[in-house]
Every structure is written in structure tokens, then in C-alpha cells.
Design a protein around this ligand. Structure first.
Ligand code: ATP
Ligand code: MG
Length: 592
């Protein structure tokens, strides 16, 4: 469990955290006051022509468009866009598309859609702050030439194996490459040949020239450009050399005048290189002070799900789920279809907080946040999920009578709707017991129960099929007991069950989703995470719903009384034929 912040903290205002403290400190000390912004990303000369930056801070959300966003990304989105919103800044939506492989338009579209769904945008100060890192390739190349000219980079011709061996270990320093001391002129000529396609993929790399004996292995002359003949979705075949991520990222931040570059903890050891690159380029006048600073926070780890793109892709491609938006997946597209809400995610990210300590968050915390939000917002409806017939033998055959059900018990202003009561009703199978167990207050032979919003009925008999299953329950109603009429309470009953008129019910497809994995830590120990899949993660049923639900629209959310929260599936529903997905049960069935 997280010790970051107590999950019972109901206050949804963002709590102070170390990143907010840093931002507030920078604002108080005017750290970024002198920055200029020329209206678009660019180098020092470009921004020098601009005006003082109207954004007090700049953050960015920089996904690589090689997969769908998941719940972990939501943490980063709320953090980066939230800081910009709260401190009069701007958060850039940046596609980190410097890797020519694996990137697709489908992912770009889904990412922008999900960030907007969570409530954020990138238009501010008459500018759209949506950027593609691949538009900076020219600058990255020019910066690399500058590093070569200033003696800070060299072309290395060692094989990959030699480079690995000569890098040293945590306890032993590395060894200088035999090519490390070539002149800038030679290096420049070779680098241009790399660019011009004169050398084979993998035959040379450009490396930063820092310190092969550094205790931080990331500073032992990291590679900054590699040869890779690959067609890039944006720049086509213009380049056959591509920058490495650790070199590209600080440059992207600097060109965009980002102030606080927030990433996950695994990049902590890269920060010295981040600073080194930016400092060298500032010395050369390509970038200007104040430079962006990198800060690391703990990524979200959530029990009962996997949040690695590689595994998510595997689950989709090997058809363990129906697609990227299968409501059981932890992608945001799936969460939306499942009925999870942006407000629920906001509450969740506020509640779990931001810290520098890695931890696991219990999935129930996320579910509780969704329940809390839906309890407020979702209207109540009646649904019978496992129906059997109840026949009121003393009720007229062709009569339908209005009963009045409140739309929200805590919000009388939302009014009531009518539900028709008729002679034949659907009730839940579990609301009848042939031989009642102790403390069972629902229907059983000779027992009395209230039909919620209707009459008190007395059970008079039942029918079974040849397999011994109850098919029909018979009862008599007591005419003076209708809810809401004077004297209705004269007869006291302990049980209260829900029902739907069989004549009016809408028989709907309802999907009862449960957790995709049955283990809190899928694949922990030596297990294959696929062996931890929950075989019962979805059950599709035909339920009998109150008639008004036939008109429900995609993404309408309801509480089905006594059952949980359900949403109209946005993909498989048709007009007049909504399909429902269970978002979350009323109570946690997994709590031990
Ligand atoms: P991969 O490294 O497998 O390609 P990624 O999850 O790091 O995937 P990116 O597209 O690089 O994906 O992520 C975009 C942003 O989201 C990054 O800034 C990253 O720090 C953040 N992020 C990704 N996963 C999490 C997580 N589990 N918790 C918090 N932030 C996350
Ligand atoms: Mg990444």
C-alpha cells in the first residue's frame, strides 16, 4: 500500500507535493522570469526575438505514439496539465516521435482524444501547443555538429560488443575508445558521411565525449546518434541517422522553453546527461539560460493490472481481450468504455498523490473513486440481472399501474419517474428461497415482502422445471399497502425487493466485467503473467431492465439499484437498443 498519502483523504483539492513546492519556489524566486517565447519552438536566436513568455511555467506531456495511453499516463497527464492550469502556465502536448519505428497515426489520434477526454487542451495565448519532436530533427543535427566542433562528441567505430565491454561496470571504470581522440574535422567529415548514407546501419555511432571513468555509467560517452535506414512517418526517407532518446529529449524541452520537465524515476540517472547536453549547447549559444530542469516522480503501479505497453500489446495481439478498448484493459480508451469517468480519475490522482518513492496502489482505491463520483452523478434505475417470474395472482390481468421511483435518493430535485406495475413481473432469482435460511427477509413460501415503490405481497407458491430450478413464484398483493399512499406502512415487512414489469421490460445485453487478472501482481515471482489471467473476467447476460432504459444513450451512466454502476456501451449500442457494461459493483467483492 502507498504511504504517500492516506487514501481516506476525501479532500479533492490537489495536495502539496514536492513538485508543487519546486514550482512555487521557482515562481517566488523568479527563476524563469527572464524567458522569452517567440510563439513557436526554436533555438536561442528564435526566442530572443520573442516577447517575455506569457506562460509562467511550461510543462509537457510527451508520449511516444507507439501504443494506447493507460491509467499510468493519466497520473502524468493530471500532473503536467494540472500544474500548468494551477500556476498560470502552459502544458505542451508533445509527440515524442523521434524513433522511426512502431509509431502510427492511430496512436496519435487516440492519445489526443484521451487527453481531451480527461479535460485538458493545449490551446492557450492564441497558440496551439501541440508539437512533434520529429520537427526538431534539423536542430538536433545542427546541435550534434556543434558538439563535434567543440570537441564534445566523436564518431565511434567500435562494434556494439566492443562498446559494451569497454563501458566498464558499476565497480570498474570504462576504457576509452581508440577513436576517441580524432580531430573535430575528422569527426565532422565522418558524421556527415553517416548522414549522407555512406555507412552501414550500426557501423558507427556519434557519442558524447564526457568521461569513460564516470561513476555514473550514463556519462561514459553515451551514444547520441545512430545509423538506421528506416522510413519515418513524418520525415519519410530524409534521414538515415536518428538521435537517441536521451539526447533528443532535453533538446525538445529546451526548444519548447519547458521549465519543469517531469518524468518517471527510471530517468533519474540520466539527469546529469540531460544537464550536460543543455549546458554545452548553451555555451555555444544555441540555447539560452534559464534551461529546463528535469524532475522525477514515482510511476503509478496498480495491482491487478499490467501497465507496460509491451504486455498490453501482447494481450491485444494474442486476443486475450477483444481490442485496445476492451473494457477490462487498463487503457484509457477501455476505461472510458467501462464507464470510468474523468472526474473519477481526477479524484484518484489527487488521492494517491505524487512522490519520489515507488509503491503499489491498490486497485480498490481506483474503484472507490469511481464509485464515489458515480454515486453522486448517476441516476438510479431498476434492473433484474438473473430473472425469474413473479405472478401476482390476485392482480387484474390487463392492468398497468404507475409506481413512482426517485431518480436519486440524495437529490430529490432530480424528481421521480414512473415504472409500470403489472400482474407478471421479473424479480431476481436470489430474492426467492424455497427454504429460507436464517435472517433471510426476502420471498419464501408464506412470507411477506415489499415490492420496492409498489405493494406488499405474500408468497403463495412456486413452480419448478424438470431440473428442479425455480421458474415462477406466485403471490398475492395487499391492496392498501402501495408505497407513498396513506397507511401503506400499516403492515411492517423486513424485506424489500426490486422488480420490472414482464410486459414492459427491456431485455438487454449486459456485460458483467470483473478484473482481468486474478492476482494482485500479475507475473510476480517466476509466474507467466498470462497464467494469472482471471478466466471469469466477463460474463454476458440478458437482463430485464425497466422500460425507460431502452432510450438510454451511449455513455449514459446509471446505478442499477442493489447491483452497481453501469454505462451504455459507446461502441456496440444502437438507438433503442443500448448494451450495458458494468463499471463497478456497489461494494468491493475482492476485499479479503
Ligand atoms: P514505454 O517506455 O514502454 O514506451 P511509457 O509508458 O514510458 O512507455 P511514454 O509514451 O514514454 O510511455 O509515456 C509518456 C509519459 O507518461 C512519460 O512522461 C512517462 O513518464 C509517463 N508515464 C508512463 N507510464 C507511467 C506510469 N505508470 N505512471 C506515471 N507516469 C507514466
Ligand atoms: Mg517511455
Amino acid at each position: 500500500m502507498s504511504s504517500e498519502k492516506t487514501p481516506s483523504d476525501k479532500n479533492s483539492a490537489p495536495a502539496a507535493n514536492f513538485i508543487r513546492n519546486i514550482v512555487e519556489h521557482d515562481l517566488a524566486h523568479g527563476t524563469y522570469k527572464t524567458r522569452k517565447w517567440a510563439g513557436s519552438p526554436g533555438d536561442a536566436a528564435h526566442h530572443a526575438q520573442g516577447s517575455p513568455d506569457p506562460a509562467k511555467i511550461r510543462t509537457r506531456f510527451p508520449p511516444e505514439p507507439n501504443g494506447y495511453l493507460h491509467i499510468g499516463h493519466a497520473k502524468s497527464i493530471f500532473l503536467n496539465f494540472g500544474l500548468a492550469r494551477d500556476y498560470d502556465g502552459v502544458c505542451h502536448m508533445r509527440f515524442d516521435d523521434t524513433n522511426p519505428e512502431k509509431e502510427e497515426q492511430e496512436y496519435v489520434d487516440s492519445i489526443t482524444e484521451m487527453v481531451q477526454w480527461l479535460g485538458f487542451g493545449w490551446e492557450k495565448n492564441n497558440c496551439s501547443h501541440l508539437f512533434y519532436a520529429s520537427n526538431y530533427f534539423d536542430f538536433m543535427y545542427r546541435a550534434a555538429e556543434y558538439l563535434i566542433e567543440s570537441g564534445n562528441a566523436y564518431v565511434d567505430q567500435q562494434t556494439a560488443d566492443e562498446m559494451r565491454t569497454n563501458r566498464g561496470t558499476l565497480t570498474e571504470p570504462g576504457k576509452d575508445s581508440p577513436w576517441r581522440n580524432r580531430s573535430p574535422q575528422e569527426n565532422l567529415a565522418l558524421f556527415r558521411e553517416m548522414r549522407d548514407g555512406k555507412h552501414a546501419d550500426g557501423s558507427m555511432v556519434l557519442r558524447a565525449r564526457i568521461d569513460m571513468a564516470s561513476p555514473n555509467i550514463n556519462l561514459r560517452d553515451p551514444a547520441i546518434y545512430r545509423i538506421k535506414r528506416a522510413t519515418h512517418h513524418n520525415t519519410g526517407d530524409k534521414w538515415c541517422i536518428y538521435p537517441m532518446y536521451t539526447y533528443a529529449h532535453p533538446l525538445e524541452d529546451a526548444l519548447e522553453q519547458v521549465t519543469h520537465s517531469i518524468c518517471t524515476l527510471e530517468f533519474e540517472d540520466q539527469r546529469p546527461f540531460y544537464d550536460w547536453v543543455l549546458e554545452r549547447l548553451a555555451e555555444g549559444g544555441l540555447l539560452a539560460h534559464p534551461l529546463p530542469r528535469q524532475y522525477e516522480f514515482a510511476r503509478l503501479n496498480l495491482t491487478y493490472v499490467v501497465l507496460s505497453k509491451r504486455r498490453l500489446i501482447e494481450l491485444v495481439e494474442n486476443k486475450h481481450v477483444s481490442g485496445w478498448d476492451d473494457p477490462r484493459l487498463p487503457t484509457l480508451a477501455a476505461a472510458r468504455r467501462r464507464g470510468y469517468t474523468p472526474e473519477g480519475f481526477k479524484l484518484f490522482t489527487d488521492r494517491i498523490g505524487v512522490s519520489k518513492a515507488d509503491s503499489w496502489i491498490e486497485y480498490t482505491i481506483l474503484e472507490d473513486c469511481m464509485r464515489e463520483v458515480l454515486n453522486e452523478s448517476a441516476e438510479r434505475r431498476i434492473a433484474v440481472l438473473d430473472p425469474i417470474k413473479l405472478v401476482i395472482d390476485n392482480y387484474p390481468e390487463n392492468q398497468a399501474e404507475d409506481c413512482f421511483a426517485p431518480n436519486h435518493p440524495q437529490k430529490p430535485e432530480l424528481g421521480k419517474r414512473t415504472v409500470p406495475l403489472t400482474r407478471e413481473l421479473w424479480i431476481e432469482r436470489e430474492d426467492f428461497m424455497e427454504v429460507p435460511s436464517k435472517g433471510y427477509f426476502r420471498l419464501f413460501p408464506d412470507g411477506l415482502v415489499r415490492l420496492r415503490y409498489g405493494y406488499v405481497v405474500k408468497c403463495t407458491g412456486f413452480e419448478k422445471d424438470s431440473a428442479g430450478n425455480i421458474t415462477v413464484v406466485h403471490c398475492q398483493y395487499l391492496p392498501d399497502t402501495k408505497s407513498g399512499t396513506p397507511g401503506a406502512d400499516a403492515i411492517k415487512v423486513k424485506g424489500n425487493i426490486h422488480w420490472v414489469s414482464a410486459q414492459h421490460a427491456y431485455a438487454a445485453e449486459v456485460r458483467l466485467y470483473d478484473r482481468l487478472f486474478k492476482e494482485a501482481h500479475p507475473g510476480a515471482g517466476d509466474r507467466d503473467y498470462l497464467d494469472d489471467l482471471n478466466p471469469d473476467s466477463v460474463k454476458v447476460i440478458t437482463a430485464q431492465l425497466e422500460p425507460s432504459l431502452k432510450d438510454a444513450k451511449p455513455e449514459d451512466a446509471f446505478q442499477f439499484e442493489r447491483h452497481g454502476y453501469f454505462v451504455v456501451d459507446r461502441k456496440d449500442s444502437a438507438a433503442g437498443k443500448p448494451v450495458f457494461n458494468r463499471t463497478v459493483t456497489l461494494r468491493d467483492a475482492w476485499q479479503k
